[in-house]
Design a protein around this ligand. Structure first.
Ligand SMILES: [Zn+2]
Length: 278
């Protein structure tokens, strides 16, 4: 779609990124902005980042908040690098299959879909046209994409001016190719599928108090299909799926954060610049 005269671009102008950098990391946190500041931001940029996590067991030593902590950290770093606003983190995700373990808090798929739908519609109403969801949990992927389809439909039905230009994208930081390559290099097959050393390493970097919880663990149950919380706990009694989180180190986490932020910042820039992204 050609830009019409006076139509603000989706992307931050260079001065904006510089202003965000000058204001420090807080400059890109929606929580710390006033509404006139957001209105002014929308004159320069129509993009926004939404961190999406989960609150669920991560094996016998990993933090319950792993997926929310990691998604938020990557989102804030991507925001710092691009000058794009970051909303508060949606820390509850779709974690029904982890409910057999204490501390897990899950939204049903239909609830998470409604939450993400309403977040997108709220942002779209103000003129945000590019919603970039940085996700930390594989269990959110199917529901997130369904929520976007619903949001497009509602935006059109409500006749929102941005409806024809509204685009949402789910970016899974742990699946960024440079992150997956580094995880393979560091951990090989012991990366596993849940409570992975790569995500645990990032939490150790972010929260040094977690380092003291690290201890050697017995051989994990191998990954495999699961059918609900009881089946999960029966097949994976300590919550891990083929992973060895004891391999995680805080320095690895710092490197993985850097790789994830660089990959997603580039992806976000092309998402913002493309007037007709697929
Ligand atoms: Zn996780």
């Amino acid at each position: 779609m050609p830009k019409s005269a006076g139509q603000p671009g989706h992307g931050p102008v260079s001065g904006h990124a510089a202003a965000a950098a000058a204001g420090g990391s807080d400059a890109i946190r929606l929580q710390l902005r006033s509404w006139p500041e957001v209105e002014a931001y929308l004159q320069r940029c129509r993009g926004v980042i939404v961190p999406l996590g989960s609150t669920e067991q991560h094996g016998p030593t990993g933090a319950i908040g792993t997926d929310a902590l990691t998604a938020e950290a990557v989102a804030l770093e991507v925001g710092r690098r691009t000058g794009v606003l970051v909303t508060p983190t949606q820390a509850f995700g779709m974690a029904e299959h982890h409910l057999g373990f204490a501390g897990t808090v899950s939204l049903q798929p239909s609830t998470l879909m409604a939450v993400l739908h309403d977040v997108v519609l709220s942002l779209a109403r103000h003129g945000f046209e590019r919603v970039y969801v940085i996700n930390g949990h594989g269990g959110n992927i199917a529901t997130g994409k369904a929520a976007f389809a619903q949001a497009y439909s509602t935006a059109a039905a409500r006749g929102l001016p941005v409806a024809p230009r509204l685009r949402c994208k789910l970016a899974n930081w742990f699946m960024a190719p440079p992150v997956m390559a580094k995880a393979r290099e560091l951990y090989g097959a012991r990366e596993g599928h849940h409570a992975t050393p790569s995500e645990i390493a990032l939490t150790l970097h972010l929260e040094p108090s977690l380092i003291g919880k690290q201890r050697p663990l017995p051989e994990p149950a191998p990954p495999g299909p699961i059918h609900g919380p009881e089946d999960f706990r029966r097949r994976h009694p300590d919550g891990r799926m083929g992973s060895d989180p004891y391999l995680a180190q805080a320095e690895h986490g710092q490197t993985l954060l850097e790789l994830a932020a660089a990959a997603l910042a580039a992806d976000l820039q092309s998402f913002l610049a493309d007037d007709d992204p697929g």
